[in-house]
Unconditional design. Structure first.
Length: 339
């Protein structure tokens, strides 16, 4: 159908590589037909030295950029860890660290912006800080917004968009909290990132996932595609214990309501695409982060076979709900060869 609204496919390439070499990551992306990816952990030179993309030096960033040209890929977003630190300098029994605003701006924030500019990315993924463990996150919305504000402003000054991802155990642990944070920050270059697996893994039902998506829809910038099958025998304690995060599944068989969410998304895609294009992105991304062989707080793994399973599951679902997408075809090969 020619009138289908369209999305742009992407993936976290480090999930697709048995090693974390850039060549393996980009080879899998190209073979699966993806033209965009988000870098996170990468071994640029193939020497066994894996770094987070924000920690690469200038030569490594230049080398990675040259590999993008060779494999015909572009960067969707920088898979940063911004916001995955303590909101307040208090001892709450967790292992999360606290960093002052000034130090954070001079180190992590500056390094992330530098990587985005070097790799031609317009989007940066980030998070909403760990509130004191055991406390109500709703009590910390304004404090989290106050810490997010300078980060978002630094991104705006660099012409970048900051995407705030929903994730358990943080202030923005559901759609309602993420929407409250977006309103409190009040910057047009702050958008929200929905992730169904990060909702359902909190022992929430498909209808709960749909409700959380709708709560943040007005602020939505892009979506991470991850799904989870809820364990009915698990006693919920209010926080996600990473030791039990073993139930990630493809997006068409889990409890994150992806079919219902994508049906709703289809109605709003034209407007969302316009907004994201106005911010400099090619449109609304659906970005695969499937964790099919395991995942946790700072990353996950699917392997090349698992990423293939995840891509095919998503494409089947997009075909079913009539959302358009593009995978590389022969015309792309001809264009790349100058024919």
């Amino acid at each position: 159908m020619t009138n289908r609204p369209t999305i742009v496919l992407s993936a976290f390439a480090d999930e697709a590589a048995n090693t974390k070499t850039a060549v393996e990551q980009l080879s899998v992306m190209a073979a699966l037909g993806l033209q965009y990816y988000s870098p996170r952990f990468v071994d640029v030179a193939g020497t066994g030295q894996v770094k987070h993309v924000t920690e690469l030096d200038a030569d490594e960033l230049a080398k990675l950029k040259s590999l993008h040209d060779q494999y015909g890929v572009r960067v969707a977003s920088i898979g940063s860890r911004l916001g995955k630190i303590k909101l307040l300098d208090v001892d709450d029994g967790s292992h999360n660290k606290f960093v002052t605003d000034q130090k954070y701006a001079e180190t992590d924030v500056a390094m992330t912006i530098r990587a985005a500019q070097a790799l031609g990315a317009k989007l940066i993924r980030g998070f909403s800080f760990y509130h004191p463990k055991g406390h109500d996150p709703a009590s910390y919305v304004q404090q989290a917004a106050d810490r997010l504000g300078p980060i978002v402003e630094a991104c705006a000054a660099a012409g970048l968009v900051f995407g705030l991802e929903v994730e358990a155990n943080l202030v923005g642990q559901n759609g309602r909290m993420l929407a409250a944070l977006a309103k409190a920050v009040g910057r047009s270059n702050l958008v929200c990132i929905f992730d169904g697996g990060n909702i359902s893994s909190q022992n929430l039902s498909p209808l709960d996932c749909l409700a959380e998506y709708r709560a943040m829809r007005d602020h939505l910038g892009w979506i991470h595609i991850k799904d989870y099958r809820v364990d009915p025998n698990l006693k919920w304690t209010g926080v996600v214990d990473e030791e039990r995060l073993k139930n990630f599944v493809p997006c068409d068989v889990g409890d994150s309501a992806h079919e219902l969410i994508l049906r709703d998304l289809r109605k709003h895609l034209p407007h969302m695409n316009e907004r994201m294009k106005a911010l400099g992105a090619p449109g609304v991304f659906l970005e695969l982060e499937p964790h099919l062989k395991g995942g946790g707080q700072f990353g996950g793994f699917s392997g090349p076979d698992g990423m293939g399973v995840a891509v095919r599951a998503l494409c089947r679902l997009l075909d079913y709900v009539q959302i358009g997408y593009h995978l590389r075809d022969f015309d792309d090969l001809r264009a790349a060869r100058g024919f």
